[in-house]
Design a protein around this ligand. Structure first.
Ligand SMILES: [Fe+2]
Length: 700
């Protein structure tokens, strides 16, 4: 089994020989079923302090899962060899599999075990015990259904947990709700779409005023950190490891990892807020090959997943290739640096992979940061096109031109771009279009999409594709601020919004090949969004080809919060972002209204405090693709995949500034369900509201 196939799941149970090869390629010990069931032979007695980061499992298949723990030296002594046991019952009366794993400083005392030969759609319990009988907490895990199983599958997806700035109340609620569900309706796994950690860290003394209305928790200090502005970033593998160790002390995150298998993909903060390929753009672009490798190593050590390390590493250690920090000198046609140090760094871990979820779905996971060409956000040539008087937005039309470069429609890139009444030379007229996936991953991705035989193809996409925009071109003159183009405003260009050419290429492929049932589930936006995907929106062609659902963050601040605290009260555009109700009531996210109905609706709401008058000013062309947009919500999403329809529930909690002391994780803000029925070739998907509980924040 080579590197290319070891991370892929087979559509049948693995043989023992395949399991041995797979475990080797994944850097895991192997646990193969015992003959007959038997009682534990271990002398397990729980010692949670011996395993301070708890236990975890990841990447379930129909016949197995990967188990994880960390057993560092503690006051109870050190350990080097752990017994791992997997049982069919929580009391470990029926142990079905066991094995041994080693821990050492080389892996920061973490270990991973591939358990193979298990039954499909089953619940198992596992635990680790050291040489002296000190045992981990008991973890629970699940296998996915057999490929022929048509029963509905339920899973949660999450992203963006900032443990320094907030609490993981969302996980506590997720656990509480799952415990109260009928067994057949329980979540099968948690898809984590990245920003599992935030590598930018404030030391409380650097920011005594806190962050917005949040206080800063002193969770980690980097031994080799580097300061930018008022925050610190990691520079070595020890720094990145310290970050994971700190995050995993969070009791709610730890309990969630012990209750369900996680399916993790990294986004940017696992490496760098301003990272792309092996570079970091804090002002100037800094070569950061050694940091990319360090980030990959820590991710590998702390995330149990079926990810492949190239080369011939020792059994369970990460192979850190020797690299030098160097600027990218040679780019291919997709903007990928082909310099050896860059390639070695970004290929030190391959995280893109796919999972099968019974008969209903295949889930395809991509890496949206390691191969992307430099985003417009940090490119010097894009800087003159920033609408500086308009917070958090760029021009949709200008972004389309800059992104496409020489590949503009009809092979006719404009010579100039009209901006603020001036014709500015197009700086990317002869440049290749931007790419998020890179050529190799894109080929793999499109192959998987075309080959999928399940009705649903779910794309675990760390960054979102739905355009979120508003119509600043329709701003009334009396506001006194003038939008620099005649087209729409986009909220950011660091995700697929800024890689529109490649997005359209993928959508064209989907349409050409008659692929239906494509739904992307996304993170990164720190907002709940539901809608349908179209390459272009009015005044251009609106032609949906897929559905998309974006989850709010677990705890990281979102766009509304940033505007609520960042925009001065007398800012001329404040009403477009923040609605201030009369009588001193709490501010509300006008930005939701601006996204779905346009700026005139928000201005009218602030002027009249009347929702009907606000809706009367709606521009129906702003968001024909959106069914839902809340830029202030936090929580998680639950997907139910049935053969004929897909339902996504957004579970929104109040801003999680403090940890909730209650068993349910605190109150619910709202719960809303959207549904999309499976569509046929030639039909377009439709996302409809199925139910609602609680009050939606200016989602009208
Ligand atoms: Fe995030």
């Amino acid at each position: 089994m080579d590197d290319r196939t070891a991370g892929e799941l087979l559509s049948r149970p693995m043989t023992r020989r395949e399991a041995v090869a797979t475990a080797f390629a994944l850097g895991a010990a192997l646990a193969w079923p015992l003959r007959g069931e038997r009682r534990s032979l271990g002398t397990w007695r729980e010692c949670r302090d011996c395993y301070p980061q708890g236990v975890a499992s990841g990447d379930p298949s129909a016949d197995g899962v990967i188990l994880w723990t960390r057993r560092p030296p503690t006051t109870e002594g050190s350990a080097s060899r752990l017994l791992v046991e997997i049982a069919a019952d929580e009391q470990f009366r029926n142990v079905v599999s066991s094995s041994h794993a080693t821990v050492s400083a080389a892996t920061d005392w973490t270990c991973r075990v591939l358990v193979a030969g298990l039954g499909p759609a089953r619940e198992y319990w596992y635990r680790f015990t050291d040489e002296r009988g000190f045992g981990s907490r008991v973890g629970r895990t699940l296998t996915t259904p057999a490929p022929s199983d048509r029963r509905p599958v339920q899973f949660a997806f999450v992203s963006c947990q900032n443990v320094q700035l907030g609490a993981c109340n969302a996980y506590r609620r997720m656990i509480w709700e799952d415990e109260h569900r009928a067994p057949a309706d329980r979540l099968m796994f948690v898809l984590h779409l990245g920003d599992f950690v935030y590598e930018i860290v404030w030391y409380p003394e650097d920011r005594p005023q806190g962050y917005y209305a949040r206080h800063i928790r002193d969770i980690v200090r980097y031994a080799h950190g580097e300061q930018h502005s008022d925050f610190h970033v990691p520079t070595t593998v020890d720094d990145y490891r310290a970050l994971y160790r700190a995050y995993l002390l969070d009791p709610d995150l730890q309990d969630a990892r012990a209750r369900w298998p996680f399916v993790p993909v990294p986004d940017n903060h696992e490496f760098s807020w301003k990272g792309w390929q092996s570079q970091e753009s804090f002002g100037a672009t800094l070569p950061a090959q050694t940091r990319k490798v360090a980030a990959n190593q820590a991710w590998f050590e702390y995330q149990p997943a079926r990810v492949v390390r190239p080369g011939a590493p020792n059994v369970d250690e990460f192979h850190a290739p020797p690299v030098t920090d160097a600027p990218l000198r040679q780019l291919d046609e997709q903007g990928l640096g082909v310099d050896p140090d860059n390639l070695a760094a970004i290929r030190s871990l391959r995280v893109y992979r796919s999972l099968r979820l019974g008969a209903n779905a295949e889930m395809i996971l991509t890496d949206n940061r390691s191969f992307r060409s430099e985003p417009l956000t940090t490119r010097a040539e894009a800087a003159p096109f920033r609408p500086t008087s308009f917070p958090g937005v760029v021009s949709e039309d200008v972004t389309a031109v800059l992104d496409a470069g020489a590949a503009a429609p009809n092979a006719s890139p404009p010579a100039t771009i009209r901006f603020n009444g001036v014709d500015v030379p197009n700086p990317r007229r002869t440049a290749p279009p931007l790419s998020t996936l890179g050529a190799t991953q894109k080929e793999w991705f499109l192959d998987r999409l075309r080959a999928a035989t399940t009705p649903w193809k779910l794309w675990g996409n760390s960054v979102a594709m739905l355009d979120w925009r508003t119509d600043f071109q329709n701003l009334p003159d009396d506001v006194g601020t003038h939008w620099p183009t005649t087209g729409y405003a986009l909220f950011g260009d660091d995700d697929w919004s800024g890689y529109r050419h490649e997005r359209a290429e993928i959508f064209d492929f989907v349409e050409r090949n008659g692929i239906t049932g494509l739904a992307t589930v996304c993170g990164d936006r720190h907002a709940f969004l539901a809608g349908v995907l179209s390459s272009t929106l009015p005044p251009h062609r609106f032609h949906p080809i897929a559905a998309e659902f974006v989850t709010g963050s677990i705890s990281a601040p979102g766009l509304f919060e940033a505007m609520e605290f960042g925009l001065p009260r007398d800012h001329p555009l404040r009403a477009v972002y923040v609605y201030q109700p009369p009588g001193g009531a709490a501010a509300e996210p006008a930005i939701n209204l601006s996204m779905m109905h346009g700026v005139r609706s928000s201005l009218e709401l602030q002027r009249t405090h009347d929702v009907r008058q606000a809706l009367a000013a709606s521009n129906p062309d702003v968001a024909p693709h959106l069914s839902f947009a809340d830029t202030g919500g936090h929580g998680y999403a639950v997907v139910r995949v049935a053969p004929e329809d897909l339902t996504v529930e957004f579970v929104c909690i109040p801003r999680p500034i403090e940890r909730s002391a209650s068993a349910d994780g605190g109150p619910l803000a709202y719960r809303v369900r959207h549904r999309v029925r499976l569509w046929g070739a030639g039909e377009t998907p439709k996302v409809v509201r199925a139910s609602r509980e609680g009050v939606l924040p200016l989602v009208l």
